[in-house]
Design a protein around this ligand. Structure first.
Ligand code: PRP
Length: 182
């Protein structure tokens, strides 16, 4: 029987490396947002695992809310179209908002989301991403905190998918090209 690991070319970041960095990022949030009761806005689905670990590393009161945005479909390239599938439940006017992402790639998704949230007049609006792939940037995005800069390879695991698969891999891995070129 073939497992997910057989479809992986290389492990880029192990779960130990990820946890160490997520703990540091949680500490940064604890220091920056003490007494501010921020809202962590997570963009599903990819960020769900990062958010779950990050918010438990942040030793401050905060709330979480979710948006679902889709731009990729089942392919590996962004279509350049950002569709809001689920908006926030929270009124963010006057609140300190941190957008939590798994990866900034072309920047198209995040530039749209940040512009939309800014128009709602939050007290502050910042972006924390676990992964940043600057080689692929097409739209400008101000990233406030990055976990890791990553190369231009097709990544899966720790929330990142290919065609909805591999999100449950605990490491971040490079997928074998034959898997998505098949
Ligand atoms: C991924 C990721 C970001 C976006 C980044 O989501 O979670 O939201 O792509 O890409 P960009 O910088 O090129 O806009 P995806 O659309 O794959 O959906 P998912 O989170 O449900 O996997």
């Amino acid at each position: 029987m073939s497992g997910m690991r057989d479809e992986v070319e290389q492990t880029l970041l192990t779960q130990e490396q990820i946890q160490k960095r997520v703990t540091e990022l949680g500490r940064i949030l604890s220091e920056e947002y003490a007494g501010k009761n921020p809202v962590l806005v997570s963009v599903l689905k990819g960020a769900f695992i990062f958010l779950a670990d990050l918010c438990r590393s942040a030793d401050i009161p905060c709330s979480v809310d979710f948006m679902i945005v889709s731009s990729y479909g089942a392919g590996t390239e962004t279509s350049g179209k950002v569709k809001i599938i689920k908006d926030l439940d929270t009124v963010i006017q006057g609140r300190h908002v941190i957008v939590i992402e798994d990866i900034v790639d072309s920047g198209v998704t995040l530039s749209h989301i940040l512009a939309m949230l800014k128009a709602r007049n939050p007290a502050s609006l910042r972006l924390m991403t676990l992964l940043d792939k600057p080689a692929r940037r097409r739209a400008h995005v101000d990233v406030d905190w990055t976990g890791f800069q990553v190369p231009d390879a097709f990544l899966v695991g720790y929330g990142l998918d290919y065609a909805e698969k591999y999100r449950n891999l605990p490491d971040i891995c490079i997928l074998k090209p034959e898997v998505y070129q098949a």
